[in-house]
Design a protein around this ligand. Structure first.
Ligand SMILES: NC(=O)c1ccc[n+]([C@@H]2O[C@H](COP(=O)([O-])OP(=O)(O)OC[C@H]3O[C@@H](n4cnc5c(N)ncnc54)[C@H](OP(=O)(O)O)[C@@H]3O)[C@@H](O)[C@H]2O)c1
Length: 296
């Protein structure tokens, strides 16, 4: 890219930043606040909410008037986080937050959590699948923790969706599932896309997309990790490869599930999206980054 091109790209980024800042400051209109019409308070579950984006998502949901189930692996850190939301809320806002233990990589923990949610709340209205790990930083690209990354980011998300879909409460406004993903996992992005054209086409094609296909892609990647050939095969995204494969799987699964959920009867709708931290919106199976829909 020449000097002029770089300058134009920088100006576009700045412009986008200004727009996002402006959009973030806009309050929700009353007609958008569907949860205000749910009684008792709409229940939102956030995974991995003791810190980072999950904590902020839990805080925002609580400030907007939902009852938040803030979950974490570690009891003390989760309880501290819940207490912080209560303590820091403005005096005129009555927040409702409780903590619950949840390790999304542990099937027994997810099962116990679902049983508790059914018994205590009779179901939930919102699920934010935020819990995630990434062991690479800066220019690193190691796949040493690939199994843990995929187990947490993809299978953890999928496990929660499987456990919570039957518990999503029916309502005329529809329940919401939000999968926190990453643009690094775009199937067909210009940068960092899957090198293997066959896998790329299969995962992009709604007609052949299936859980089995995603599992097979993951197995192939992990097999190459075990054999030490994942990097030289040129079949995978080049940046943070294990993380990108995990988020790519989340994105594909979101697309698959949103189609499956689209024929539920009126009153039992579940809207599922994934987004790259920035912003998301209640439409089915779409991918958002910085307050706009982008292609998968
Ligand atoms: N930050 C970014 O720039 C960025 C960009 C794109 C996407 N994302 C995605 O956004 C999400 C949150 O990222 P973040 O930056 O806020 O990360 P973070 O600060 O590292 O927080 C991750 C959270 O996930 C939890 N977690 C990890 N493994 C878990 C498990 N097995 N079960 C339950 N919770 C688990 C962590 O709990 P512990 O405290 O117990 O470790 C922590 O609460 C992730 O899905 C990430 O991939 C982040």
């Amino acid at each position: 890219m020449g000097k002029k091109g770089k300058e134009a790209a920088r100006e576009r980024r700045e412009q986008r930043r200004r727009e996002v800042t402006l959009l973030r400051a806009l309050p929700y209109e009353p007609r958008q606040r569907w949860w205000d019409h749910v009684s008792p308070r709409a229940v939102a579950v956030v995974t991995g909410a003791n810190r980072g984006i999950g904590f902020e998502a839990a805080r925002q949901l609580a400030l907007h008037g939902l009852h938040v189930v803030l979950t974490s692996r570690d009891a003390a850190r989760g309880q501290d986080a819940a207490e912080r939301i209560r303590a820091e809320a403005p005096g005129d806002v009555c927040v409702s937050v409780e903590w619950r233990q949840l390790d999304v990589a542990d099937a027994a923990s997810v099962e116990a959590f679902a049983a508790w949610a059914a018994e205590t709340h009779g179901g939930i209205h919102v699920l934010v699948n935020n819990a995630g790990v990434n062991f690479n930083k800066g220019p690193d690209n190691s796949a040493e923790f690939a199994e843990q990354v995929i187990e947490t980011n993809y299978y953890g998300t999928k496990r929660m969706i499987d456990a919570m879909v039957p518990l999503m409460k029916p309502s005329p406004y529809g329940a919401r599932i939000v999968n926190v993903s990453s643009r690094l996992g775009r199937v067909n992005g210009r940068r960092n896309r899957i090198g293997d054209a066959v896998i790329r086409d299969q995962v992009s094609n709604d007609d052949c997309l299936s859980e089995q296909l995603i599992d097979e892609m993951i197995m192939k990647f992990l097999e190459q990790v075990r054999q030490g050939t994942w990097s030289s095969s040129n079949q995978w995204p080049q940046m943070y490869t294990d993380y990108s494969v995990s988020k790519l799987s989340v994105n594909a699964y979101t697309r698959l599930m949103s189609r499956r959920l689209s024929d539920r009867p009126e009153g039992q709708n579940i809207y599922m999206n994934c987004f790259c931290p920035g912003w998301e919106q209640g439409t089915t199976g779409k991918f958002f980054a910085e307050r706009r829909e982008i292609s998968f």
